[in-house]
Design a protein around this ligand. Structure first.
Ligand SMILES: [Mg+2]
Length: 233
């Protein structure tokens, strides 16, 4: 049976949670970060992003780009709480929930489509329940494997659902940069470029033996994609 995998990502998670506790900052550019003297990275909502501030950027740089930036110190108990609440909602649809950080989870719905409807329908229900019950939005990717589900949740956001099927995956994924793919970090991306691999399509169509030779750990990265992306289960 074809697997049905959802990947759900709570949008601008830290700042969204902070806005729930303090609605007066909701329409302002908000960043969650540490003490301005410590140069810790920050988490942003969309107005701050629009001003050109980047996630994980040093606070002093962010303030330079966005002078009205509201900086809220992190409250991790709140994020843990919301993270747990989100997983309780995912658990209504599957007992196979794999968290990825505090704000993201894979939800394997293969065994629940008979009860709850298609992957897309389940994604719609989850999205609505998270919005109604927690007051935050999610982006959800739906696909037959974890990599594409994750890709789908990044593809359109905030508050969006992207279904990547065997019919549309080439159109959606193939022309995108290989660096956008999960587990392809900056150094791997550079290495890929050196071998002329720029897009996800080129990566997927590369000889798996060659990839293992060059990257070694490649097979471990794509453990749930047995041979290559085109024949992914
Ligand atoms: Mg997120």
């Amino acid at each position: 049976m074809e697997r049905v995998i959802l990947h759900s990502d709570m949008n601008s998670f830290y700042t969204s949670v902070e806005c729930l506790y303090n609605p007066t900052i909701r329409d302002m550019p908000v960043a969650v970060g540490g003490n301005p003297e410590e140069r810790h990275g920050i988490n942003l909502e969309k107005k701050a992003k629009k001003a050109g501030v980047k996630n994980g950027e040093a606070l002093w740089l962010a303030i330079g780009k966005c002078p009205g930036l509201i900086i809220v110190p992190p409250n991790y108990e709140r994020y843990f709480r919301y993270s747990k609440l989100s997983r309780q909602i995912y658990n209504r649809y599957s007992d196979q929930v794999e968290p990825y950080g505090l704000d993201e989870s894979w939800v394997d719905c293969t065994n629940s489509v008979k009860i709850h409807g298609s992957g897309e329908e389940i994604a719609r229900k989850i999205s609505a329940e998270i919005k109604d019950e927690l007051g935050v939005t999610v982006s959800i990717g739906v696909s037959w494997n974890k990599i594409f589900a994750k890709y789908g949740s990044d593809y359109k956001k905030p508050d969006a659902i992207t279904v990547i099927t065997r019919d549309n995956y080439k159109k959606i994924v193939w022309e995108q940069e290989a660096g956008d793919l999960l587990y392809v970090g900056r150094s791997t991306k550079k290495k890929l470029l050196k071998y002329g691999i720029d897009t996800i399509g080129q990566l997927a169509e590369s000889n798996p033996d060659f990839l293992v030779q060059v990257f070694g750990r490649w097979e471990r990265f794509y453990g749930d994609l047995p041979t290559d992306l085109t024949t992914a289960q």
